[in-house]
Design a protein. Structure first.
Length: 211
């Protein structure tokens, strides 16, 4: 039986878009106003884990598709990187989506889709487990596709005869619809006071030009 280490080193893996939409639903914030490093520190400290590294992943639209969000994410990623966080971005691809409205009518709208973010997170969690980079992987996402990652890390732990934990951190409030973390992981629920203590006070939204 692997011995649980007295001091556990953690790495956080943050899906920026997944976290943003979960925060918007749970706490009502209209844009990604989290400080990823402070949030990682708060979650790990509450569990008694020492934060070793924070890694942040997000899709970013091209400036020609969505200049507002392109400018926002370009500025925010630059600031996150200056704090020592490893950042990974992918281009958002836009496709027409159709939804049915009450009464039978349909509405077509353009929606951005991330490609490869969940795969990049999965590869990093698994490869860093192989390299013994962490004792605890904390995934800030509720993407159930990542449940297979937890199984793979468990197999790596057995092969290496060592203790490894995979946890899932996500916001929770009375308005939260998705109240489940990633299956086969330990769930860490982030309440409003914890989140509000980790806000990024900078507003990276571009200001409208004066005419």
């Amino acid at each position: 039986m692997p011995v649980e280490p007295p001091e556990k080193h953690a790495i956080t893996f943050i899906d920026g878009q997944n976290l943003y939409h979960a925060v918007k639903e749970s706490f009502g914030y209209p844009y990604p106003n989290y400080d990823v490093l402070r949030l990682s520190q708060a979650v790990c400290a509450a569990q008694g884990w020492r934060l070793k590294e924070t890694r942040f992943y997000t899709g970013v639209p091209d400036a020609s598709d969505d200049p507002f969000w392109n400018a926002f994410w370009t500025a925010k990623l630059a600031q996150i990187g200056r704090k020592g966080v490893r950042t990974f971005s992918r281009r958002l691809r836009y496709r027409n989506k159709t939804v049915k409205l009450p009464g039978g009518a349909t509405h077509i709208f353009l929606a951005g889709e991330e490609k490869g973010i969940d795969v990049r997170i999965a590869l990093d969690v698994i490869s860093m487990a192989h390299r013994r980079n962490y004792d605890v992987a904390v995934i800030f996402s509720q993407d159930q596709d990542l449940s297979e990652v937890a199984e793979e890390v468990r197999a790596i732990a057995q092969e290496q005869s060592r203790w490894i934990k995979v946890a899932c951190a996500f916001p929770l409030s009375p308005t939260t619809r998705n109240r489940r973390g990633i299956e086969k992981t330990d769930w860490i629920r982030i309440d409003r006071p914890t989140y509000d203590a980790c806000l990024d006070r900078r507003d990276y939204r571009p200001k409208p030009r004066k005419v």
